[in-house]
Ligand binder design. Structure first.
Ligand code: PLP
Length: 380
């Protein structure tokens, strides 16, 4: 089985699994304990915090808060920043965010907040002028993703951060699909907060992190024992956090070479498919994208049927977003990009990782070409 669904999740690196195991078997202390069991474990959590801080370019490790997921990091940031500025009741975001941001904003709307959902163009790009125009005197936070999970399209986060700074507004960015794929320098660009998730860069599922720049107004969502510098209570998920630290180190060291290698394979796959399958197109091809993702539309093909047929043929891929699977609605991202109706349903997301080889790409190309042609032949 060829796995090209790395935006849904990645295979935990064997080094990550090996690093985690002792924290289940022998080093099972509570990091808040003062005795040796606790101290050893605290040191391991602190090392992981340093590694995550380095991956995202944070100046201080204390600006990293471990969470249970990217979803929790997004909710914690948006809610926490809003709740700390009660006089500000407006949020700016986009129509193409991940559901963990969109549904958090919708919930806040129910609680009396006003939310501006900015549109994107045909290539999935947001206009900087729209961000600037949407910001109001009572805007509490601007929440824009760094890279889109479905198309890989990157928003101009550095420019958005500069615009927010100029207007005195805090920027939260969902970098779940950017971390480990492209270099991130959060301190340099000046975002107030940033969310990442370990299982998107070969860590374990169920652990994420929130970067929260020192001085950002914030009210914790989870209160209790005051762990994570009082910003996220609950005994730390030590093994997973240790694994996330190792995954972050691996991602940071491999990042530069990977970008070129993975982009070359992705481009080869795209080119091959466009040549072999007329009436197909790449969504967001003209926009800056993370190197591992391609999102294609095939005219008059049913996306879900295509995924099942590809799975039978030995290829794991995705249509739309894996997080919203089970839903028969076409993707909200592609709808916001105004795809033609005949292209909206037949979408295929292929996402590569550092383990993807040229041989796998050649094989995937052959499988997809054959399966799509079969489906076209059947529908005529
Ligand atoms: N944000 C983006 C862009 C994502 O792609 C995902 C997961 O697919 C998340 C947030 C949520 O992360 P997690 O699965 O850790 O909750």
């Amino acid at each position: 089985m060829i796995y090209l669904d790395n935006n849904a999740t990645t295979r935990p690196d064997p080094a990550v699994v090996a690093a985690m195991l002792p924290y289940y078997e022998t080093h099972w202390g509570n990091p808040s304990s003062l005795h040796r069991f606790g101290r050893e474990v605290r040191q391991a959590v602190d090392r992981a915090r340093e590694a995550v801080a380095a991956l995202v370019g944070a100046r201080r490790a204390s600006e990293i808060i471990f969470t249970s997921s990217g979803t929790e990091a997004n909710n914690t940031a948006i809610r926490g920043i809003c709740m700390a500025q009660p006089q500000r009741r407006h949020i700016v975001t986009t129509q193409v965010e991940h559901s963990s941001v969109l549904n958090c904003c919708r919930a806040l709307e129910q609680e009396g907040y006003a939310v501006s959902y900015l549109p994107v163009d045909r290539e999935g790009r947001v206009a900087l002028a729209d961000v600037a125009t949407a910001i109001r005197a009572d805007t509490a936070v601007v929440a824009l993703m760094w890279a889109n999970n479905e198309t890989g399209v990157c928003f101009p986060i550095a420019e958005v951060a500069a615009c927010c700074a100029q207007r005195g507004v805090y920027l939260h960015t969902d970098a779940v699909q950017a971390a480990g794929k492209i270099p991130i320098a959060v301190q340099e660009i000046g975002a107030a907060s940033l969310a990442i998730s370990a299982h998107k860069f070969h860590g374990a599922k169920g652990v994420g992190a929130l970067y929260l720049q020192r001085g950002t107004p914030f009210r914790p969502c989870l209160v209790g024992g005051g762990q994570e510098y009082g910003r996220r209570s609950g005994t730390e998920n030590v093994a997973q956090i240790v694994g996330m630290g190792v995954a972050a180190e691996l991602a940071a060291t491999a990042a530069q070479q990977q970008v070129v290698h993975i982009a070359r394979l992705r481009d080869q796959l795209e080119k091959g498919l466009l040549e072999a399958l007329p009436q197909s197109l790449v969504n967001g091809a003209q926009a800056p994208r993370v190197p591992n993702t391609t999102n294609l539309s095939f005219a008059n093909v049913d996306g879900e049927g295509l995924i099942l047929a590809l799975s039978d043929a030995g290829l794991a891929a995705s249509t739309g977003s894996a997080c919203s699977q089970g839903a028969t609605e076409p993707s909200h991202v592609l709808r916001a990009m105004h795809l033609a109706p005949e292209h909206l349903r037949g979408t295929l997301r292929l996402s590569l990782c550092r383990d993807t080889t040229p041989e796998l790409i050649t094989e995937a190309l052959a499988i997809i070409t054959r399966v799509v042609r079969e489906r076209w032949a059947r529908s005529h």
